[in-house]
Design a protein around this ligand. Structure first.
Ligand code: SF4
Ligand code: SF4
Length: 67
């Protein structure tokens, strides 16, 4: 199963809560970055970051593969 992690940038404050709560280290936010980014292939779709983001700035979608 593959998951797409999508930031709704207009809502994001860069608080980094999503980085802290992700159990898979699937989100990174380096000091020189204004917004978090996903690490490719790491997200397991647990949705913890979606629930914990105070600003509703994350969507996690299942990517369907028909190959
Ligand atoms: S928890 Fe939400 S608002 Fe905070 S950095 Fe992550 S996506 Fe942005
Ligand atoms: S859905 Fe779960 S695994 Fe994926 S980025 Fe959010 S907290 Fe991490």
């Amino acid at each position: 199963m593959t998951w797409e992690w999508v930031l709704i940038r207009k809502n994001c404050t860069g608080c980094a809560i999503c980085v802290d709560v992700c159990p898979e280290e699937a989100v990174k936010l380096a000091r020189d970055m204004a917004y978090p980014e996903p690490r490719a292939g790491k997200c397991t779709g647990c949705l913890i970051c979606v629930k914990e983001c105070p600003f509703a700035a994350i969507e996690v979608r299942k990517i369907h593969s028909y190959i």
